[in-house]
Write a protein that binds this ligand. Structure first.
Ligand code: COA
Length: 160
């Protein structure tokens, strides 16, 4: 069976930090399933279909990167996929605190499920989806922070 990991997130929008995590994970795993959360506690600006489409465009040349929407509990989705490994990026101590709780909740729900953490590269550790949305809304440049396709979609969604 292929060595597969699930990389879940809201990806609203995907950033170069997310892309970097997927690319580096391909050196460790045979296959990455990018699971785009349809519902989360955040109110998204992009629909699930738009977020899936952006990721599909970014990874269109990668046959071993599968992009799918998911809803409900992550552990249920992982079970349906027959995958027991979750991948998450960590940028800083704040992420660590949140991620360690999420990892423990997932293991409480399914003891077979494990989470692998990858440190975000320093050049991406200051960016986040919400900061990028704010910069675009206020007319700043996000070049180098997101893929060009995401930059274009953000500008058409957030600027008049
Ligand atoms: N580089 C740059 N930024 C990064 C990053 C990286 N490598 N990794 C994360 N981020 C940022 C994102 O930009 C985003 O920023 P924001 O807070 O400004 O929006 C934030 O960190 C996290 O977003 P994302 O990576 O898209 O994931 P998420 O935390 O929104 O995803 C789910 C959370 C979907 C995985 C989680 O809510 C979930 O599993 N939901 C399903 C329900 C469930 O099972 N709940 C019980 C388990 S707790």
């Amino acid at each position: 069976m292929k060595n597969t990991v699930i990389y879940p997130g809201s990806f609203d929008p995907p950033t170069n930090g997310h892309i970097n995590i997927v690319e580096r994970s391909l050196k460790i795993f045979d296959r990455v399933i990018v699971a785009v959360a349809e519902h989360s506690t955040k109110v998204p600006i992009f629909s699930p279909a738009e977020r899936v489409e952006m990721m599909q465009t970014i990874f269109s040349t990668h046959k071993n990167v599968i992009i799918e929407p998911f809803s409900g509990l992550l552990m249920t989705y992982a079970r349906q996929k027959g995958v027991q490994k979750i991948l998450r990026g960590i940028r800083n101590v704040g992420d660590y605190e949140f991620e360690s709780q999420m990892m423990l909740v997932n293991r409480a729900l399914d003891p077979e499920l494990d989470t692998i953490f990858m440190m975000t590269e320093g050049r991406f550790s200051h960016i986040s989806s919400s900061i990028i949305r704010e910069i675009v809304t206020l007319g700043g440049s996000i070049t180098g922070m997101v893929h060009p396709v995401v930059e274009q979609k953000l500008k058409s969604k957030l600027t008049p």
